[in-house]
Design a protein around this ligand. Sequence first.
Ligand code: SAH
Ligand code: SF4
Ligand code: F3S
Length: 477
Amino acid sequence: MGQFVLIEKFTTINDFDSDQGEFLSLVYEIMQVRKRGENPVAYIHTYGCQQNVADGERIKGMLSMAGFIFEDKPDNADFILFNTCAVREHAEDRVFGNVGALKNLKRKHPDTLIALCGCMMEQKHIADRMYKSFPYVGLVFGTHAMHKFPELLYKSLTSGKRVYLRDNDDSLIHEGIPIKRDGSIKGWLPIMYGCNNFCTYCIVPYVRGRERSREKNIILKEAREMIEAGYKDITLLGQNVNSYGKNLKDGVSFAELIKEIDDIDGDYWLRFMTSHPKDCTHELIDTIAQSKHISKHLHLPFQSGSDRVLKQMNRHYDRAKYLDIVNYAKDKISDVSLTSDVIVGFPGETYEDFKQTLSLIKEVEFTSLFTFIYSPRVGTPAAKMDDPISAAEKSKWFRELLDVQEEIASKRCASMVGTTQKVLLESEKGKDSIINARTSGNIIVETKAPAELIGTFQNVSVTEAGNWILKGELKNG
Ligand code: SAH
Ligand code: SF4
Ligand code: F3S
């Protein structure tokens, strides 16, 4: 596992076209001969967080330039890629299972190239294990080697050998990689990569490298392009967006960045994730409160309500600081919607600690929570801590937490019945002209509407509430 070294300077290089673009043309030629169907087909499966989704969209951008089309099943694919996540054991197990299941497909279609990338591949012990266990996997590369994907793909297709690259140079930011976004209404915009926080349970800093911010002008350009292309809900991504800009020469802060994006004209919502409570300032809350486009939604992971556990987690804030931000946000942003991540069963957590988590949940009244049972990650400090509580006991606590949160969420939903909400119509639910829409606070509202309105903002009156979602009627005019 890597040592923690703080790198002060990061270099942005814009070498994609001259360097890797050439390999894409070569891959295009090869695939015209090698394809099984009319077009070369790729199946890309991304696990994990939006950062991985954003990487997957860049990989798809590169593959599109090489003539690939995409299918959502692997059966006809000439190229199969699993873009993996290492954050919890469950995520890793799914990848092992799904790659194992490709054995027959590869036997039937030996020319299909199977590849693995993403966060799991930056852990040497895992990447080695997969490379050995699955001899039919022809290409393995880590998150830091993504910009070299065209070259790696070319080598895999031409060398007759298996290709394996874990590249730990995380001091460069590679710009200019083409993007094929999955959606046309909601879009992801990475503003920084990596993480310096080293929360003791978390693998991300080891697999994503040191925190580095993209240059402001590049982000502004991408935001403008997305708005012009009709994106209505744009989420800025980073593991700790509040520390955006710390390595940049112009010293721009996150609050300044979002102010500048907010100034871009257009009809859109702006979101961001993830905010780390240790760096979340009143200035940021004020910026949200005064903005035109920033949604009234703050995703602010607290992880635990116990100061003792927060210290063990190396989170650098306590319960009081967390509640201070939350109360300030509630005060300044009317009807703010708060969401969070929480871990149950951190090593050494007692039932008393867990009760602190429950009481914090009750005090804040989150709209929704992403809830996780602690999963030990090899190489992290927490994996070496004593963990006396049984898995069965942790599951019991976990269910208790889910019950508490369900009651809070359903009360919050019920309190919205009778109100009018501005929503973005996102997708068809299925039959009966029901459209899934979303409020600024990130709550789903099902409403009957013509499909032509998908991608537009509308007002709905909320008529019914479930535990997590609302139902409403479109208001005319
Ligand atoms: N950078 C973000 C979170 C990224 S990981 C932040 O700091 O909030 C997403 C979530 O996964 C974390 O917030 C945490 O709740 C959870 N998580 C991370 N490592 C975990 C582990 N080892 N076991 C269980 N949950 C974990
Ligand atoms: Fe992991 Fe903590 Fe970094 Fe989030 S801030 S990615 S939880 S180390
Ligand atoms: Fe998983 Fe990597 Fe994201 S470990 S949560 S995909 S940064």
